[in-house]
Design a protein around this ligand. Structure first.
Ligand SMILES: [Zn+2]
Length: 159
């Protein structure tokens, strides 16, 4: 068995008039995240971790934000496409562990929905997808409520 590890990091700023989508879940909040796609910062961090582990570059290379076809794109779809590319190289996703960094809103009630969506997009058992949420104790741009960050790691394996 050979293994490759990957990590991903993403940030989006809050913006008025947008829905907040995290892990494909609509989280009720006065503001959503700005971005060309649906700005699902969690899906983007996971996609970058997967692409990184497989040596496939980054999400911007595969889904350029200058391409109008990705305007308001459902990032779970992008994640499914990334999963297909990774699987096409013979890799199995062993697990994903991700952290959403946000001062608000409180995400505990939505975590299992995010895990379920991400697992379905990548055809994984939900037990292989872990999502955590933390604050930065009011410090920094996330602590001031200016945006949300997400980090992810993944392990790929193949016989
Ligand atoms: Zn992003």
């Amino acid at each position: 068995m050979s293994f490759c590890i990957g990590q991903g990091f993403d940030v989006h700023a809050f913006a008025d008039g947008r829905r907040l989508i995290l892990g494909g879940v609509h989280v009720p909040h006065p503001r959503g995240l700005a971005g060309h796609s649906d700005a699902d910062v969690l899906c983007h961090a996971i996609a970058d971790a997967l692409l990184g582990a497989a040596g496939l570059g980054d999400i911007g290379r595969h889904f350029p934000d200058t391409d109008p076809s990705f305007k308001d794109a459902d990032s779970l779809n992008l994640l499914t496409q990334v999963g297909g590319q990774v699987a096409g190289l013979g890799w199995n996703v062993i697990n994903i562990d991700a952290t959403v960094i946000a001062q608000a809103p409180r995400l505990a009630d939505y975590i299992d929905g995010m895990r379920s969506n991400i697992a379905a997009a990548l055809q994984l058992d939900i037990s292989r997808v872990n999502v955590k949420a933390t604050t930065t104790e009011t410090l920094g741009f996330t602590g001031r409520g200016e945006g949300i960050a997400a980090m992810a790691v993944t392990l790929l394996g193949q016989p």
